[in-house]
Design a protein around this ligand. Structure first.
Ligand SMILES: [Zn+2]
Length: 473
């Protein structure tokens, strides 16, 4: 036994020492000429317009969206003189920029103009819609999610037009207006593109930011290009029994039956797995790691079970290796002395690559294992098709990241939130997700939370990043 173990360890060590960095090598590049002060001014105007997707779609206010369109027209005169622009679904914007080679498959850059509300402005260090600049950041709702990207894409486009640079491929810019609700604007633009027979080489939408200090055993910042995103399934557990007076109750009321079912669902989580894009993340980052984790990550043939167990141990890492389970709603009971006729719970799952909505429903039904509990799927979204990290679009994005930020490592991954990108799988061969600003663990709660902010230095880098993608063949 000991002999076998030392042989395996010896093989693993040899493997580890044989791994080489898979990072694309880049040279310097000619940056686009940008007036950074003016670019930041334009971004602040964009932040001040409150293009809110309200929790209740009935209270949607179109006025800020029209003001936003007008701001773009004012801010980017060359874009609006030289690109074709269509208003889709009333407020979404789609631009077409013919490339030098009309026979080459186009590319699509996507972003969204709507933001979530800022429910508690007094909790912010700077008011959410004032676009104040302090400590090298612009503070405000939408700086990270996702007006920063939208404005950076247009800055790069305007600068290329000013310099007389034509993109090699035809470019579509697709800016949705309701990503934070249903993404109907993106869906409508995708439908239009499909009807016109467009099949893009790749699409790039928002995703994980370039993470700093968030990967164990990796020193450098890491840009995870999302090959797909998690799916979701909301499942209802419902118990309906005869009511009656509580003076002669059965052993279990509807609430007791439901509570026991909920406890079983929580106790029987879906299994973890390293399959899917996360495996590719580890394969790519393994050679860049240091310490004992490097031995593990570069030898998943041996250590996959150990690695999976370690990742499942913490809720922050568990979500990257399994379909998550969260009981989010429970209701039942009417009065202290009345048996509840009905008790109901909602369980929200975020589906990992490799799982399906059907499999999650079957798992929950099995865990509940009680015919008195009705298990029903309320809404389900499958994991979108997983894009190819070997396709040319991936290296175009990876190259752009490292040209602008040579210290950053690039790896494929799975994005844990939902984006407009999922609507475009039918019109692009590959769909990638990445936000090109840097984030630390402390920045994660800023998404949809208080004190959302964007580093002005990173903003300048974002403009160059999109410029590199637009100019790549
Ligand atoms: Zn977003």
């Amino acid at each position: 036994m000991l002999g076998l173990l030392s042989v395996l360890l010896a093989i693993a060590t040899v493997n580890m020492l044989a791994t080489r960095s898979q990072q694309v090598q880049v040279d310097g590049f000619e940056p686009l000429r940008i007036d950074e002060v003016q670019a930041v001014d334009r971004l602040s105007e964009a932040i001040r317009i409150q293009t809110i997707s309200p929790q209740d779609p009935a209270s949607f206010d179109p006025a800020p969206f029209i003001a936003f369109h007008q701001l773009l027209e004012r801010s980017f005169p060359l874009v609006h003189a030289q690109l074709e622009r269509e208003i889709v679904s009333d407020y979404s914007l789609m631009y077409r920029w013919p490339g030098a080679d009309p026979s080459a498959a186009p590319i699509i850059l996507a972003a969204h103009m709507d933001v979530v509300p800022a429910d508690d402005p007094s909790a912010w260090s700077h008011p959410p819609f004032a676009a104040e600049q302090a400590e090298g950041f612009m503070w405000g709702r939408g700086t990270m999610d996702d007006k920063g990207a939208l404005m950076a894409i247009l800055e790069a486009t305007e600068a290329m037009l000013a310099a007389g640079i034509t993109p090699p491929r035809t470019v579509y810019l697709c800016f949705g207006h309701d990503e934070e609700l249903t993404g109907s604007g993106a869906a409508a633009m995708a439908k239009l593109l499909h009807a016109r027979g467009v099949e893009a080489e790749f699409l790039l939408d928002e995703g994980t930011g370039i993470t700093v200090g968030m990967f164990p055993a990796v020193e450098q910042p890491v840009a995870l290009i999302g090959l797909s995103e998690k799916g979701s399934a909301t499942i209802e557990l419902l118990v309906e029994l005869e009511g009656g007076h509580s003076s002669a109750p059965p052993d279990q009321t509807a609430i007791g039956i439901l509570a026991a079912a909920v406890a079983r669902v929580e106790a029987q989580q879906l299994p973890g797995s390293l399959d899917g894009p996360f495996r590719q993340t580890l394969d790519t980052l393994g050679p860049e790691m240091h310490g004992p984790l490097k031995l593990v990550a570069t030898n998943l043939w041996l250590f996959a079970p150990v690695m999976t167990r370690a990742l499942l141990a913490s809720s922050t890492t568990a979500s990257s290796v399994r379909t998550t389970t969260a009981v989010t709603v429970i209701e039942g009971g009417v009065k202290a002395n009345v048996l509840p006729p009905r008790a109901r719970a909602l369980v929200n799952h975020r589906i990992n690559a490799g799982d399906t909505v059907e499999r999650v429903v079957a798992h929950v039904r099995e865990a509940v294992d009680d015919p008195r509990v009705q298990v029903t799927l309320v809404v389900g979204n499958e994991v979108p098709r997983i894009s190819d990290a070997q396709a040319p679009g991936f290296s175009t994005i990876a190259r752009a990241v490292r040209e602008v930020n040579p210290e950053v490592l690039v790896a494929p991954g799975l994005f844990v939130a939902a984006t407009d990108a999922r609507h475009y799988v039918g019109v692009a061969k590959q769909v990638y997700r990445l936000s090109a600003f840097f984030i630390t663990k402390q920045d994660v709660p800023r998404y949809h939370g208080v004190d959302e902010r964007l580093s002005l230095e990173h903003y300048a880098g974002m403009i160059q990043f999109y410029g590199r993608i637009l100019q790549a063949s």
